[in-house]
Write a protein that binds this ligand. Structure first.
Ligand code: C5P
Length: 238
């Protein structure tokens, strides 16, 4: 069965070898991977090169947040490595996001490659109402998520990372073509683990997500390939 680039498998592993074994086991069933802080800090650019050599798309989930010049320079380096999608925290502000977009586009043009997609994290989905109150924002979470998604769009970002529950409102506020990448995906009947605001793969896409990020339901499955193929089949049916 063909792979589907809307399915992004989270390679949450502490070593390059474990991640590579997983990619090899999944073979052609998956073409898009997420490399987060754990794996990137352990394996560095080696894992990105490995994935690109295997013709995989790479979402580098490092959630950058610093002064505009630092974030822009870091993203230019990561563009050179070949990541296809990267992210920053929207609360870094308009200027940080604008500079990020400019740097990534300039580096990609210099290399003669398509620019990687840049997406923004709004409010982390792990933040509950109680923790959110500590942050002393003026509006509630839902309103703040939409305000930050709109700011990201105005700054030239390609989309956001969001929970599947936020996807429909973001789609309405930011229009078609805006990427909405959603973790917290659990196929019907699978283990919820520590996720709370979850949706099924097809439910997330129906809510407006353009990509789903799936980790443990695939990487911890006895038959990883079968798990990935079953999710790919489900989303193809939407
Ligand atoms: O194993 P599981 O499917 O829960 O993995 C989800 C992936 O998405 C993990 O890499 C997790 O860090 C990431 N993620 C998330 N929630 C967010 C942002 C990222 O679960 N809000």
């Amino acid at each position: 069965m063909q792979s589907d680039e809307r399915l992004i498998v989270a390679l949450d592993f502490p070593t390059a070898d474990l991640a590579k074994n997983c990619v090899e086991e999944l073979g052609d069933s998956v073409c898009h991977y997420k490399v987060g802080m754990e794996l990137y800090y352990a394996a560095g650019s080696e894992i990105i090169r490995f994935l690109k050599e295997h013709n995989k798309k790479v979402f580098l989930d490092l959630k950058l947040h610093d002064i505009p010049n630092t974030v822009a320079s870091a993203l230019a380096v990561l563009t050179e490595l070949g990541a296809d999608m990267m992210n920053v925290h929207a609360i870094g502000g308009r200027k940080m996001m604008q500079e990020a977009v400019k740097a990534v586009h300039a580096k990609a043009a210099e290399l003669g490659r398509p620019a990687p997609k840049l997406i923004a994290v709004t409010i982390l989905t792990s933040i509950n109402e109680e923790q959110y109150a500590d942050l002393n924002y003026k509006t509630g979470i839902a309103e703040q998520v939409i305000a930050l998604a709109k700011l990201a769009k105005e700054a030239g970002m390609d989309g956001v990372v969001a929970s599947p529950q936020e996807a429909a409102a973001i789609r309405e506020a930011c229009g078609e073509g805006f990427l909405i990448v959603t973790p917290g995906i659990r196929p019907a009947g699978s283990d919820v683990n520590d996720q709370s605001r979850i949706a099924t793969p097809s439910g997330a896409l129906k809510n407006g997500s353009t990509h789903i990020v799936v980790g443990r339901p695939i990487t911890k499955a006895e038959d990883k390939k079968a798990a990935a193929q079953s999710i790919a089949a489900e989303i193809r049916g939407v």
